[in-house]
Design a protein. Sequence first.
Length: 98
Amino acid sequence: MSDKLKKEFTARGFGLYKFEDGNGIGCSLQMSSAAEEPHIWLGCDEADPKVFVPYGDPSWQPVPMPEEYIANTRMHLTQEEVRLLLPILKRFVKEGEI
């Protein structure tokens, strides 16, 4: 396994892969505890809201957030949803296109 993809386990024993995206943002792929059917969680671990400021430096600037807030940053995907995405992701790996 790549040193860029680290396998861990949650406190409840679910598989968890940690990695960084192309911008250096911490992300994860985690098995979900959903009981009705298998799901995975995939996405950024933390929200990082920004606003575009056309003449700012930098152009994308952080948005002040209350100390306590919740932001959902990860997709909760079923096996079917992943199955539908796989051919597109495989094409991207092979050809650099979607």
